[in-house]
Design a binder for this molecule. Sequence first.
Ligand code: AKG
Ligand code: FE2
Length: 328
Amino acid sequence: MSKPGPLLFARERTDSTFEEIPIIDLKDANGSLTARRAIAEEILKNHGIPEPVISQAVDSAKEFFALPLSTKMDIDIHKSSNFKGYTALLGENTNPENRGDMHEGFDFGWEELYPSSDSAPRHDGAMAGVNVWPEHPPGFRESALSYYHAAIKLGKSLFPLFALALDLPEDFFEDKTTKPAAIMRLLYYPPQTGVVDDRVQGIGAHTDYECFTILWQQAEVKALQVLNANGKWIDAVPIPGTVVLNIGDQFARWTNDVFKSTVHRAINRSGVERYSIPLFFGSDYDVKLEALPSCVSEDNPAKYKVVTAGDYVKSRLEATYAHSKSED
Ligand SMILES: O=C(O)CCC(=O)C(=O)O
Ligand SMILES: [Fe+2]
């Protein structure tokens, strides 16, 4: 890392030929307006997700993934109508040119940690449906949801920064992220050693589907790489106490590519097991992803068909899981 700063504007960074991923210290984001306009597909320091919450979620993930395959397959994601539950090795394929991803996963979405009688039902359209939880290990749901809500809090604090970077009112995204359609994953990557088939990577080259992703990755296990504008893969080396933030396709569509989504992949050649936790922060599922007026001009006419966030995410998930559907 050269040095953490100066803070950069998203618009200046979208075609970036970065060689290292810049660090943004969020303690600066609470200060001056200038600092608050700083924005990112970056590494975030002082992100506010408490360390014990992270370690409990990771411990639960380790215990869950260590269960017998047949137990985990009880909650196979292919049985769910809204892509919730367990993904086995090679169960998904993020890059259609590849054969399948060498990771296991567990996916879930918004749910109150302590549901109350007045928890209003969600209207998730294409993505409607409940989470499915494993019976083991004990406390799995609580640790996963504790992390989820801490990451949601962080994500909500980032939307005003994105709004300011787009010259929008600071609260522009507030009523569009009331029950944010955030999907969280616990991921396990076995080590890939010896001769590795390039078409079977931990997770193949892809962009994420939502507005942005907050990614925690295990310290000391280098695996994640981000593609720069010169087509060069740059290591996103894990830095303790930080999370990675990257732009996803909902934001690319909404901003007419003023924010570009980041192509990334992960290959675990470290020789040891790796765990990571992405939280994909999307807008409410009924929001129409229509190019923001400030992002459309004669030189940059609207590029994308208008679609709701829910239909969009569902179509991407269908494509990702299609290759393994017929095997069930
Ligand atoms: O595990 C990682 O570092 C990346 C995960 C990822 O890109 C994803 O789940 O979309
Ligand atoms: Fe990703």
